[in-house]
Write a protein that binds this ligand. Structure first.
Ligand code: ADP
Ligand code: MG
Length: 610
């Protein structure tokens, strides 16, 4: 019969620490929250080896009394609540009194602090749960805490840590959340002596968003605010044009605390219904303010989830407020049928067009030109327009020609094009092609089909080592969040094989110096961003072939014509021509159908003819 033992306190601490302290980022989170609770106006975070060797956090908050220093490092000791009832009116970030004790149990901690009225400060050290005596300390008002050799006393946990760039990425994410939630706070992050972030107190929320996520996101922001009464929703969402391949840029805060909530992410997505393609995600930085007794923040050890008393109220608030705001921006899509021409609504968008417009000479996009030497100022067609973005006006684009092959591995652009039988193919809703066939009627999803074709072309060329690559004479610097920066550099070799040559440009910027010519329809950085999104969405790196295939599909998807793109008759003819040559023209790389056949018999039956 196994005996039951009371666990010794150091084991209890380590078990508790396992819940709260998982990696350097968890330490940074707890310490930053303590600084915010202490009313700090400036917090400096310094790391060595992504925080695995050293995390030092210095704040100018109200400090800790010398007499309380050992208590601060003891389990279940807090200045933030007294009774269980207090749990339902928590206004501080912390309240469990666990963090410092947990950190002290799994690292070497030096805690130094001074309160405004004390003549001098004091310090206490704690190594793997063993606390030393309190000593005087001569520092300024505020608190300084150093955490060295995280998990040195729990080697198993240390083994669970990921690569340093990944761990640093997690810390950056924590700093980002805290900086977004606390405008007015001066926050700096330094890694191995190099500055990663320096967010001045004066930086507004939009400045902060720009700083962390770049100009593209900042410029697309649309303010949301339901006004002073509670519950209140405020913050920003982004124009749907600035969508993403994952939900990482959906930041939610409640009463100043970042949290994760699937249902509210869903509410946000719902607000964008019809404005985003499938598998695309809205960008939003949303702040909820609710009465403290209507939200339980004590449902998760790291407080990253909360429970609302009435979830449906909050859900409707998010969906309703964001949707109403998007409507005011005139962004809600034309769900209504197009108005007849001449009804005065012409300025709201293109007139309904049921037939493909007259031919324009633009096959380049499907089958890019061998040579694009001069950047075009006035592109002849929207299909090639993005090429212009590739380089500044004074630059030229150098094209590496494919080595001449006597027998082309794949069909080249047919000249003259197969004639498009008049009246038998229609482009409807700028999204579908409807074609009469001997069997009946074919409805083709133009995006899915083009995606399939590009995917096959890319795959074949990569496999044969014949991917035509366009080098940018002036490589394009692309600033990325640190986590993405690390992921891209980790995958640099694979990306080169896919025609996307990236290198480190210092800081968190990468330099993109080439991209596959086949994809010249979209600006290179858009392709790279899509690839990055799919790289960081994966939980763990998949096998190389799987990754490759996934990235090829992502690139093809991004570069393909979209639903909503008006095609010329030539473009339609060419797409249909390539359709016949595709290995599998029936499914897009994600497995969805590219076309649906309505047989003559089916039609006759439906109309009661037979
Ligand atoms: P909690 O934040 O849940 O109270 P912690 O273990 O994180 O628990 O901290 C314990 C106590 O130490 C806090 O309640 C607070 O009184 C004090 N403390 C910790 N960090 C700071 C700081 N940076 N400035 C002032 N007081 C602090
Ligand atoms: Mg705390």
């Amino acid at each position: 019969m196994p005996r039951i033992y009371q666990l010794p306190p150091d084991v209890v601490t380590k078990i508790a620490a396992g819940e709260v302290i998982e990696r350097p980022a968890s330490v940074v989170k707890e310490l930053l929250e303590n600084s915010v609770d202490a009313g700090a106006t400036r917090v400096d975070v310094e790391l060595e080896a992504a925080g695995t060797e050293l995390i030092r956090i210095t704040d100018d908050g109200h400090g800790i009394d010398a007499a309380d220093l050992p208590l601060a490092l003891s389990a279940h000791a807090t200045s933030k609540l007294r009774t269980a009832d207090d749990l339902f009116r928590v206004s501080t970030m912390g309240f469990r009194g666990e963090a410092l004790a947990s950190i002290g149990g799994v690292a070497q901690v030096t805690l130094q602090s001074r309160t405004p009225h004390a003549p001098t400060g004091a310090e206490v050290k704690c190594d793997a749960g063993k606390m030393a005596a309190v000593k005087p300390w001569g520092g300024p008002v505020g608190t300084r805490i150093e955490v060295r050799h995280l998990f040195h006393s729990v080697p198993v946990r240390k083994k669970f840590l990921k690569s340093l760039p990944t761990e640093l990425g997690h810390v950056c994410e924590i700093v980002t959340r805290l900086a977004l939630a606390n405008p007015g706070l001066h926050l700096t992050l330094t890694h191995n002596g190099k500055s990663v972030y320096d967010v001045p107190a004066s930086a507004t929320l939009t400045d902060r968003i720009g700083l962390f996520f770049g100009k593209e996101v900042r410029d697309a922001l649309i303010e949301v605010d339901t006004g002073m009464g509670l519950p209140r929703l405020s913050g920003y969402v982004a124009d749907p044009k600035c969508d993403r391949g994952n939900a990482k840029l959906q930041y939610l805060f409640v009463n100043g605390r970042w949290f994760r909530d699937r249902s509210l992410s869903h509410a946000l997505q719902e607000a964008y219904r019809g404005l985003l393609m499938t598998n695309r995600y809205a960008v939003g930085f949303l702040f909820l303010n609710v009465p403290p007794d209507t939200v339980d923040v004590n449902v998760h050890p790291t407080k990253s989830e909360v429970r609302f008393r009435d979830n449906s109220v909050v859900y409707s608030l998010v969906r309703g407020a964001v949707k109403a705001r998007l409507m005011r921006e005139n962004l809600v899509p034309g769900l209504e049928p197009p108005l007849p021409a001449g009804s005065g609504a012409g300025d709201r968008g293109p007139e309904p067009q049921w037939m493909a417009p007259p031919p324009r000479p633009t096959f380049e996009s499907i089958f890019p030109p061998r040579r694009v030497l001069e950047p075009m100022v006035e592109p002849p067609s929207p299909w090639v327009k993005p090429t212009v973005v590739v380089a500044p006006p004074e630059a030229t684009i150098e094209v590496q020609e494919e080595p001449p092959s006597p027998e082309p591995a794949e069909p080249e652009a047919p000249f003259p094009l197969p004639a498009l039988p008049a009246g038998t193919v229609l482009q409807v809703h700028d999204s579908y092609l409807v074609q009469e066939t001997p069997e009946g009627m074919l409805v083709i999803d133009q995006h899915a089909l083009h995606e399939r074709i590009l995917y096959e072309q890319l795959r074949r060329r990569v496999r044969d080592g014949k991917l035509e690559v366009q080098r940018l004479l002036i490589p394009e610097p692309i600033e990325l969040p640190p986590e993405q920066h690390a992921a891209v550099l980790d995958a640099a070799e694979a990306l080169t094989e896919l025609g996307l040559e990236v290198s480190d440009f210092g800081g968190t910027t990468v330099l993109l110096s080439s991209y596959p010519t086949l994809l010249s329809r979209r600006p290179p950085h858009v392709i790279l961003q899509a690839v990055i999104d799919s790289l960081v969405t994966k939980d763990r790196p998949p096998a190389k072939e799987v990754l490759f295939d996934h990235l090829l599909a992502t690139m093809a998807c991004k570069a393909a014509v979209k639903a909503g793109d008006r095609l010329s008759a030539d473009e339609i003819a060419y797409l249909l021509h390539l359709r016949q040559l595709a290995e599998d023209s029936h499914h897009c790389p994600h497995g969805r159908p590219t076309s649906l056949l309505f047989s003559r018999q089916q039609l006759d039956k439906q109309f009661g003819r037979i």
